[in-house]
Design a protein around this ligand. Structure first.
Ligand code: AMP
Length: 139
C-alpha cells in the first residue's frame, strides 16, 4: 500500500486544513483529535510521510517517541488523569482511518470508559480549550 499525499494529516501538515496544535518541532506535530474518545485525546504524527508503523524508517521513532512522552505527560497532568493509553492502528482491517503514521494519546480516569473510535466530532471551541490546557503543562 502506498502513501496518499492527500490524506487529512498531510493536509494538516501543509496547513491546508486547521488543527488545534499542542506541540511542534522539526520532525513531529502533536494536535487534538477532532473525534475524541476521551477528554484530552491527542495525536502525534511525524512530518515525514509514512503510512503506518511498518513502512516507517525506524529513525522516525527516535524523534517521535520523546514527543509522545512529552505530550502524554502534559495531557495526563492537564486532564488530571490516572493513566493513559497509547494506541496505534495499521491498515483498514486494524481500524486505521487516516493513512499517515500516528500515535493516539488517551488520558484515562478510573471508571471513565472510552467513547467509540472516530465517533462524534466535537466543537472547535472545546478543542481549543483542551489544547491550551495541555500546552500549558508542557515542560
Ligand atoms: P486512526 O483511525 O487510527 O487512523 O485515527 C485517525 C484519527 O484521526 C481518528 O481518531 C479521528 O478522529 C482523527 N481525525 C480525523 N480527522 C481529523 C482532523 N481533521 N483533525 C484531527 N483529528 C482527526
Amino acid at each position: 500500500m502506498s502513501y496518499d499525499p492527500d490524506n487529512i494529516f498531510a493536509k494538516i501538515l501543509r496547513g491546508e486544513i486547521p488543527s488545534h496544535k499542542i506541540y511542534e518541532d522539526e520532525h513531529s506535530l502533536a494536535f487534538m483529535d477532532v473525534m475524541p474518545q476521551v477528554d484530552g485525546h491527542c495525536l502525534v504524527i511525524p512530518k515525514e510521510r509514512f503510512r503506518g508503523l511498518l513502512d516507517a524508517d525506524a529513525t522516525v521513532f527516535v524523534h517521535m517517541m520523546p514527543v509522545v512522552q512529552k505530550v502524554a505527560k502534559a495531557a495526563v497532568k492537564a486532564m488530571a488523569a490516572d493513566g493513559f493509553q497509547l494506541r496505534q492502528y495499521n491498515e483498514h482491517a486494524a481500524g486505521q482511518t487516516v493513512f499517515h503514521l500516528h500515535f493516539h494519546i488517551l488520558p484515562m480516569k478510573e471508571g471513565v470508559p472510552l467513547q467509540p473510535h472516530t465517533g462524534k466530532m466535537v466543537d472547535h471551541a472545546g478543542l481549543a480549550v483542551m489544547a491550551q490546557r495541555i500546552r500549558s503543562e508542557l515542560t
